[in-house]
Ligand binder design. Structure first.
Ligand code: SF4
Length: 464
């Protein structure tokens, strides 16, 4: 979409709105203007042969970004079907719900009234805000979360842009990576002990952590428990990921090593869809892996709405089969056309926005009917239909790491390549992005050490 800005240079704010309502960026134009006083925003959008106008006022002493987005939204909603999140842009719509809850407002009705959020999404955000506030009350200032990245996968999925290496061809690289990770576990453990911090939740993500051999996993877990103060740990998640990477020996190593929660992710239970997205496993392999994982306190499964080759009925069947297993958590993602993924590069046709909307609304009804509640959610760029990714949980089984990380309730110390370390303290949030690639992580130990020093400095400054 061609953008013309008049009276301001808030391009980022306007582009966020464009992405939100016209994610395919397929033509059209918009003129977005700010009055001389800086308080009246207006937008004129021309798209698909239609012209629409919107206006919004900016409250005194605030940046005009909110008014610019609202003016754009008011014009856009005359052209496209009502966006599920209304005028809310950004990754974390639940932050707004938490602000409303903290302010004593009726969250659902205010999200609908102020931002045009759909009633279903407003209800979901309200549930997620309640879960975040409940956890926030349990957390102490010295509580942190720990993330460990294993950026290797058996093969690359068609919808993924994550920087992971194929483990078979990179076995030597994996082994060097684990050497540096062992070093980092030791150094990070010393830092955490020295600062008197308490690790409350651990999450192994990737990639596919289940590519680790059982002896590698046992060794890392033993080192982890030796290095870190884990006496008051609440939960320990191993995102096993793809069923084809999982074996009973690996699960045994995880269980004996202290893992309490595993994630086994089919994404769909239709063979033709699995084939279309390049996941080399069968639905039967998922069921087998799920049965093997059933000894853990909590099991999560991921499913994606809008995959190439899927349809509403097929998606519902997959979800119903997952629900019938009664996992503690089910995470429903929306397909996002990420830059660099095969579905984007090859312009693979997937479901329409209307089909995705039917899948997501159907999922909400099915999951609530089966006793699940949403507890965290986030949005991604280029998501079909502007929908979100949502973690659903049986009561009391919410993954605390997901809540801590998404709602920025405590610091997250990340180890390995591709992660983000985030310091949360007082009213401040600071981030450090790690080396993206395993090779860079191996070669640049100085960056890893610098991160740990910066982590310690942050806590030194927060105590001043
Ligand atoms: S398993 Fe996950 S991280 Fe690995 S390629 Fe597939 S989607 Fe990407």
């Amino acid at each position: 979409m061609k953008l013309t800005l008049i009276g301001h240079d808030r391009r980022f704010a306007v582009e966020q709105a464009v992405l939100n309502y016209f994610p395919k960026r397929d033509g059209g134009s918009a003129v977005v203007r700010l009055s001389e006083s800086g308080r009246l925003a207006s937008a004129v959008i021309e798209y698909g042969g239609k012209t629409a106008k919107g206006r919004a006022w900016s409250p005194p002493d605030t940046l005009p970004d909110g008014a610019l987005r609202m003016a754009f939204y008011r014009a856009a909603k005359q052209i496209i079907s009502p966006p599920p999140w209304g005028a809310l842009t950004g990754v974390r719509p639940v932050k707004k719900a938490i602000e409303l809850l903290d302010g004593g407002f009726s969250v659902t009705s205010e999200l609908i009234r102020r931002y045009g959020v759909s009633p279903v999404r407003a209800n979901m955000a309200t549930d997620c805000a309640a879960a975040a506030v409940t956890l926030r009350e349990r957390l102490e200032p010295k509580d942190i979360a720990l993330y460990i990245s294993i950026p290797f996968c058996p093969t690359k999925c068609a919808y993924c842009s994550f920087i992971s290496s194929a483990v078979q061809s990179d076995r030597k690289l994996t082994s060097k990576y684990l050497d540096v990770l062992r070093e980092e576990i030791e150094l990070a453990g010393e830092t955490v002990r020295h600062l008197g911090l308490r690790v409350k939740t651990i999450y192994w993500g990737g990639g596919t952590p289940a590519v680790l051999e059982p002896d590698e996993l046992s060794d890392l877990l033993q080192r982890l428990y030796k290095a870190f103060p884990l006496d008051s740990l609440w939960e320990h998640t191993f995102e096993a990921g793809r069923p084809d990477a999982l074996t009973p020996e690996k699960l045994r190593a995880a269980r004996e090593g202290g893992v309490t929660r595993v994630s086994v992710n089919p994404q769909t239970l239709r063979q033709e869809v699995l084939d279309a997205i390049g996941r080399r496993h069968t639905p039967e392999q998922f069921f087998k892996a799920y049965r093997q994982a059933s000894g853990f306190e909590s099991v999560n499964t991921d499913i994606i709405a809008g995959l190439p080759g899927d349809d509403e009925k097929g998606f519902r069947d997959s979800l119903q089969k997952i629900i019938s297993l009664e996992p503690a958590n089910i995470t429903v993602h929306t397909l996002a056309r990420k830059r660099g993924s095969r579905v984007t590069l090859e312009n693979t046709s997937a479901c329409s926005a209307a089909e995705v909307a039917a899948m997501m609304d159907g999922a909400e009804t099915l999951l609530r009917g089966a006793g699940y509640k949403p507890y965290y959610l986030y949005r991604q760029k280029f998501s079909e239909g502007g929908f979100e990714n949502t973690g659903w949980s049986k009561s009391g089984s919410e993954c605390l790491y997901n809540l801590c990380m998404m709602e920025e309730l405590c610091s997250v110390l990340s180890l390995g390549a591709g992660g983000v370390t985030k310091w949360v303290g007082g009213n401040r949030i600071e981030r450090i992005f790690h080396c993206k690639y395993p090779l860079e992580y191996i070669a640049r130990r100085d960056i890893m050490k610098g991160k740990l020093t910066a982590f310690a400095d942050f806590y030194g400054r927060s105590n001043e």
